[in-house]
Design a protein around this ligand. Structure first.
Ligand SMILES: [Zn+2]
Length: 411
């Protein structure tokens, strides 16, 4: 190996170590969980009665263990292929899928709907680049803090020169930095619906659930005060519920997580309780002792699939750090320059993930119906009904029909 190559290899190794240390730090930020109920109770998970809340239980277990590795393929993978929606593309990097005509139609219909819902909400659509220079002073500071899942493009000298964006935040922040914003323009909402990229770990990639390239509706709202940000957060919580409902999910189809720093919770307990009442059912709360991330409050609506893994659909965050980092300012009523508070919102989550959740839900529904039919047949044959043409052997055949996961659920 030439000495230059040795240098590059060593640099790559240091870079890999830096990334894995960052991933580890990301996974070990101290927090604790509890359940919040619409009647205002705060209950430790070990004392909460999960009876009738099986998905909330699965979601809590998933969150506690944070095991994102795929242990078995979720059933939507077979469905996405059988229904000719999407498939893996062997000629690309893993996690970059191809969409067939039917899948592309479904995807475009959801995109059109989300776009119109967000425009109706008062956002202006923009378009910003998909890739950015890794040495840009503001971006590199941000990337150095969160280097773990960067999708990098290596240049001529074997070092990364560009990275593919992992959300639309950078583009919209750089745009807002160069805009003249008055307090009269606030809250100001910018919106984009385009591809984003995350170099997820190989073992975590599966079907439409976790991808390296996905289509993300991304809205950022610039607010003049904490009070305005809280009001806007509440409105966006409602927006996300409506968007998911229109796509086809009822409240029972997802589990709500609300996450905050201790300081924020102590100052705004009533507001958090109001969100729980809007959710209309117990939610999982996560509290960080101190702020490691750029936000003080976030929520997600999470779908729990047939393999017990949870994935976030809608989300909103209150960001108290990036306006300062990017130099985004507005002029207040006294003519003074101030930094706004920024809300990050994805009203539906990645479009591919919505399709994944619709397919998984269809599978779970079909599985429930088959199990119900099987139980009914068994009851009839056990009762010795002469009129039942369904004995145990044929009931078993019915139960296994189109039920690839049957062996996990011995009926
Ligand atoms: Zn963002």
């Amino acid at each position: 190996m030439a000495s230059e190559d040795v240098g590059v290899a060593a640099a790559v190794e240091v870079e890999e170590e830096r990334k894995s240390a960052a991933l580890e730090a990301e996974e070990k930020v101290a927090s604790h969980f509890f359940i919040l109920t619409p009647s205002g109770e705060e209950i430790p998970p070990e004392d909460f009665d999960f009876e009738g809340r099986e998905n909330l239980w699965k979601f809590y277990i998933y969150e506690k263990a944070k095991r994102r590795e795929v242990e078995r393929a979720p059933p939507h993978v077979e469905l996405m292929r059988r229904l000719e929606i999407a498939d893996y593309e062997p000629a690309s990097d893993p996690g970059n899928l191809r969409f067939y005509p039917k899948g592309k139609l479904v995807k475009s219909l959801i995109e059109d709907f989300v776009r119109s819902a967000v425009e109706e909400f008062g956002a202006s659509e923009v378009e910003t680049p998909l890739m950015y220079g890794i040495m840009h002073p503001t971006l590199s500071e941000y990337l150095n803090r969160f280097p773990a899942r960067q999708y990098e493009i290596v240049g001529k000298h074997g070092k990364p020169e560009l990275f593919l964006r992992f959300a639309a935040c950078f583009g919209q922040f750089l745009l807002a930095k160069d805009a003249s914003i008055s307090y009269r323009n606030l809250p100001l909402r910018l919106f984009e619906l385009a591809a984003s990229f995350r170099k997820e770990k190989r073992g975590e990639l599966v079907g439409l659930r976790r991808l390296r390239k996905f289509t993300m509706p991304d809205m950022h709202t610039f607010c003049k005060s904490e009070e305005e940000a809280i009001e806007e957060f509440k409105r966006q919580f409602g927006l996300c519920m409506r968007v998911l409902e229109e796509i086809g999910f009822s409240k029972e189809d997802y589990e709500v997580a609300i996450r905050f720093t201790r300081d924020f919770y102590e100052a705004h307990r009533d507001f958090i309780q109001e969100l729980v009442r809007m959710a209309g059912k117990p939610v999982l709360a996560e509290m960080w002792e101190e702020r490691f991330f750029y936000f003080v409050l976030k929520f997600e609506f999470n779908f729990v699939d047939a393999t017990g893994k949870a994935s976030a659909l809608s989300t909103v965050q209150i960001d108290v750090e990036n306006a300062r980092r990017y130099g985004i300012k507005y002029v207040d009523a006294n003519g003074e320059e101030k930094h706004p508070i920024i809300l990050h919102c994805s009203p539906s989550g990645a479009i591919e993930r919505c399709i994944y959740a619709l397919l998984e839900r269809a599978f779970l529904k079909m599985e429930r119906e088959i199990r119900f039919a099987y139980a009914a047949c068994l009851a009839l044959s056990n009762a010795g009904s002469h009129y039942s043409s369904c004995d145990e052997a044929s009931a078993s055949r019915i139960a296994s029909f189109k039920c690839p996961q049957k062996r996990r659920h011995p009926c």
